[in-house]
Design a protein around this ligand. Structure first.
Ligand SMILES: Nc1ncnc2c1ncn2[C@@H]1O[C@H](COP(=O)(O)OP(=O)(O)OP(=O)(O)O)[C@@H](O)[C@H]1O
Ligand SMILES: [Mg+2]
Length: 255
């Protein structure tokens, strides 16, 4: 188990717990998807793991170490990167400068340069736009830039918060493809929140359904894709596509 949460309680205001006892784990090399309605606390789970919020109760272990309540820069140093919901690239900075921001914790210049080239090796699209201002990139390209920035510290785990939000379906597929490559080619473990439950479940190994600050369902992603409760709430009410055949179609579309 690379990441484990047990009974995590956290919130923004004193006495108001948004997370009411979260239990989840992510094995090394796995892609785990978190789905659930608006306001369920999905982003709050990621923020609590990355150190932006301190849990008032519960355990957060990463690679056997207790990381609950650590400052965000220390969590990043431990090997967890966080790609937040919405746009987080700096629009007036170039692609190159944005990527370097991802390695601000590294003191060694040669080291930073080396990481930069590895990211460019992985994403040609970024390599061809080094000097371009991030604000001039399309929404999908900016997401790939954010992925590249997250890679700069060579994390073992990357958390994505709704990576396909606001993207056209075709662009979303490119972004999901890039995330899948991180898992398959770079061996990075992924914890992803996704509103587009069908695509999120189709590319993930396991999933959790979060409601009202608690995890209500957990299982292999394909099993949840076939679960009538999940279909009703998150897949547009139809179980028709939530079949093995449906999963194959979605996976094919994403390829
Ligand atoms: N900065 C904040 N200050 C106070 N309350 C907040 C803050 N951010 C979120 N909340 C509250 O915490 C609860 C969970 O929010 P969260 O953003 O984690 O949900 P979510 O599952 O990510 O939703 P969405 O699908 O809309 O992104 C909501 O009731 C929300 O209003
Ligand atoms: Mg959210």
């Amino acid at each position: 188990m690379l990441l484990e949460l047990q009974g995590v309680v956290a919130g923004y205001l004193k006495g108001v717990d948004v997370l009411q006892g979260i239990d989840l784990y992510v094995n090394a090399g796995e892609m785990v998807c978190l789905i659930g309605p608006n306001g369920a606390g999905k982003s709050t789970v990621l923020r609590t793991i990355s150190g932006l919020l301190k849990p008032s109760q519960g355990l957060i272990h990463f690679d056997g170490q207790d990381i609950a309540g650590l400052q965000p820069d220390l969590v990043l140093r431990q090997g967890i990167a966080h790609v937040p919901q919405g746009h987080s690239a700096f629009p007036v900075m170039t692609v190159n400068e944005n990527l370097l921001m991802g390695a601000y914790l590294l003191k060694d210049r040669a080291d930073r340069k080396h990481r930069l080239e590895r990211v460019y090796d992985m994403f040609d699209m970024l390599a061809g736009r080094r000097k371009e201002k991030a604000g001039n990139l399309s929404g999908g390209q900016q997401k790939v830039l954010e992925i590249g920035r997250a890679l700069m510290m060579k994390p073992r785990l990357i958390m994505f918060d709704e990576p396909s939000l606001g993207l056209a379906p075709i662009t979303a597929k490119i972004v999901f493809g890039a995330i899948k490559r991180l898992q398959e080619e770079a061996g990075i473990t992924i914890l992803m929140v996704e509103q587009n439950a069908k695509s999120g479940l189709a590319i993930s190994d396991r999933a959790y359904v979060l409601e009202l600050g608690k995890d209500q369902l957990e299982g292999p992603a394909h099993q949840l894709l076939n679960d009538p409760r999940v279909a009703q709430l998150y897949l547009g009410g139809s179980t028709l596509e939530a079949t093995e055949e449906g999963r194959e179609i979605v996976v094919e579309e994403l390829a």
